[in-house]
Design a protein around this ligand. Sequence first.
Ligand code: HEC
Ligand code: HEC
Ligand code: HEC
Ligand code: HEC
Length: 231
Amino acid sequence: MIPEQFQNPGFVVVALLAGFLGFVPATVSSEEVAHLGDASAPLAHDFVGARKCKSCHGKELMGNQNATWQKGPHRRSFKTLASPESLRIGRERDLSESPSESPECLACHVTAFGVPAERIWKPLQAEEGVQCESCHGPGRDYRKKKIMANLKNARKKGLWDPDSDHGICQRCHNDSSPTFDPSRYTLIDGTSVGFDYQQAAARIAHPIPEHVKGHYIELREKQKEEEERQK
Ligand code: HEC
Ligand code: HEC
Ligand code: HEC
Ligand code: HEC
């Protein structure tokens, strides 16, 4: 059952997602949530979750982007909402739910929060925090090998380019974040800023190895042949 205050479409979305996460929020401003995190992204394609990228991007040859992400800040972002600091922030803001249950926090701490449920595929686990698709775009249509191998086609099927659109990061890295520090990053000229794409991207770098870039499929074929021979 959807409580009355959830009757406008935005609220329904949040309520549905809340159901998906296993709880019902009490005081939610759907307006606010809609302008933060993935709810504020254009949605031409469906989300599938990080597990659907791992089959290829968990391979050593590829550069194992999955492993780098697993160790990085975004993977732990849901868990962070249970930290003492989060609980303190929650008390300060008088949240009626714990931070891990509050849309005010989840909006930026998990992938696809506030996104209509029918745009999300089952494998997406909110507990895994901010995943590949928050930065690379909902991946249901570009994740197929043949499409991925051709950057132009992948872009057509929804693969974003954070290098040329830093706004992708700033949907979350902005002053609506309670821990936003306007002087977190220092630019070369000494100016302080709250977010600097170049430095931030370097902190989470997970490149495809230089010699593999553009050649993964053929190199993987060779590797498989080699593995066959050694059997
Ligand atoms: C859906 C929201 C979201 C998006 C989009 C996002 N981030 Fe984050 N990011 C977070 C959250 C939440 C944390 C805090 C994680 C934690 O420690 O629990 C974080 C932490 C970080 C950190 C560590 C803190 C710091 O500033 O040193 C870096 C670096 C970072 N993000 C880089 C990026 C870059 C680069 C992009 C864009 C390509 C990006 N993020 C996009 C939510 C997001
Ligand atoms: C607008 C998006 C946004 C919202 C809303 C948001 N966060 Fe965050 N959170 C971030 C980002 C991005 C970071 C990385 C540091 C930064 O730039 O603030 C972060 C970092 C944090 C950290 C520090 C992690 C660490 O150890 O470095 C805590 C704690 C935290 N958030 C708790 C919360 C709580 C609790 C709420 C809800 C009241 C919340 N956040 C709402 C985006 C958000
Ligand atoms: C917080 C944002 C963020 C998350 C989460 C994230 N990436 Fe990235 N990724 C980037 C940025 C920024 C770059 C560098 C710019 C670029 O090449 O598009 C990048 C680059 C890449 C590249 C290309 C590297 C190259 O050499 O050109 C691959 C492949 C990739 N990411 C896959 C993944 C996969 C798979 C996941 C999840 C396991 C993931 N990314 C999670 C932001 C992110
Ligand atoms: C079936 C295998 C496969 C799956 C699944 C897959 N990818 Fe890829 N991906 C590739 C291949 C192949 C390339 C091109 C590698 C090369 O440079 O040769 C690639 C390249 C990329 C790039 C780099 C694009 C660039 O700038 O050149 C990104 C980013 C990326 N994938 C993200 C993802 C994300 C996010 C997912 C999950 C939603 C995903 N991929 C799922 C095979 C896959």
